[in-house]
Design a protein around this ligand. Structure first.
Ligand SMILES: NC(=O)c1ccc[n+]([C@@H]2O[C@H](COP(=O)([O-])OP(=O)(O)OC[C@H]3O[C@@H](n4cnc5c(N)ncnc54)[C@H](OP(=O)(O)O)[C@@H]3O)[C@@H](O)[C@H]2O)c1
Length: 244
């Protein structure tokens, strides 16, 4: 396949369920996409593996535990044979966890685990993928953040006004700054931090207002149309800017 007709390549972390799984599903509806779906236990990622049969695009499942730095550092070896001479177009740092706690009740080990998963893991995965992104056409990094990382919005959410989800909120604020720092370091990349909305997943819960399908359709529109002028923006899945 020549470089002009080659598939667009994506790497998505946390692809076993929730937002990551739906993102992979929608990408595979097009024969133009090659998706590297990263998950902790590929053998048990039944829903993800099942996408293979209906996929119009190309699906490659790799193992990735973002809190295990050796696992992250092994990613280049796993993706090099998949991508061949072509680079990676889109990196989506999606894997994440959320715990219920407050500044005065948080467990320091949980705090570190949350930062390791939601902030440090994405930082290291981006480093590991950078040689491939450099060779890619799009050079886009999408960090799945949350409006809960916004200090400006911290009092807007009734149920979190009293310090709720503290470690999660801190990890996403830190991810936002990390994303902005990457934009400063590499102005040639397109790096976006994006809130998927409140989505019905294991993390979002039953009361969430959005189906994953709707959120992902919005996310795909935002990231595929983003230009260098959008780099460093903190966006909602609707494309609206979120105040810091
Ligand atoms: N749902 C919402 O309302 C909402 C709102 C704002 C932001 N977000 C963000 O969206 C992203 C996806 O959330 P979700 O709602 O889809 O959550 P989810 O349904 O709980 O799925 C989380 C995904 O992350 C993976 N994961 C967790 N820890 C990991 C680790 N250490 N290494 C590798 N993979 C790991 C999980 O893998 P396993 O299956 O192996 O556990 C799973 O695939 C997160 O970053 C979250 O903060 C979600």
């Amino acid at each position: 396949m020549s470089s002009s007709t080659r598939q667009t390549s994506w790497l998505v972390s946390g692809a076993s369920r929730g937002i990551g799984l739906e993102l992979v599903k929608q990408l595979l509806e097009s024969p133009n996409n090659l998706v590297i779906a990263a998950c902790r236990t590929p053998d048990k990622a039944y829903a993800l593996n099942a996408l293979q049969s209906s996929s119009k695009g190309s699906l490659h499942v790799i193992r990735l535990e973002v809190t295990d730095f050796d696992s992250v550092r092994a990613v280049p070896q796993a993706i090099a044979p998949i991508l061949g001479e072509h680079g990676l177009d889109y990196l989506v740092n999606n894997a994440g966890i959320a715990r219920q706690d407050t500044p005065l009740t948080l467990d320091p080990e949980v705090f570190l685990e949350t930062l390791r998963t939601n902030t440090v893991g994405p930082a290291l995965l981006t480093q590991a993928c950078m040689p491939f992104l450099d060779k890619g056409r799009e050079k886009k990094v999408l960090n799945i953040s949350s409006t809960l990382g916004s200090i400006a919005k911290a009092d807007a959410l009734e149920h979190l006004r009293f310090g709720g989800a503290a470690t999660y909120c801190v990890s996403k604020s830190a991810l936002n700054m990390l994303t902005y720092k990457l934009k400063q370091e590499r102005p040639d990349l397109i790096v976006i931090m994006l809130c998927p909305g409140w989505v019905k997943t294991d993390l979002g819960g039953e009361s969430a207002v959005l189906e994953a399908k709707e959120s992902i359709a919005g996310i795909l529109k935002v990231i595929t149309s983003a230009t260098v002028a959008d780099s460093g923006k903190y966006l909602s899945f609707t494309g609206a800017e979120i105040p810091w």
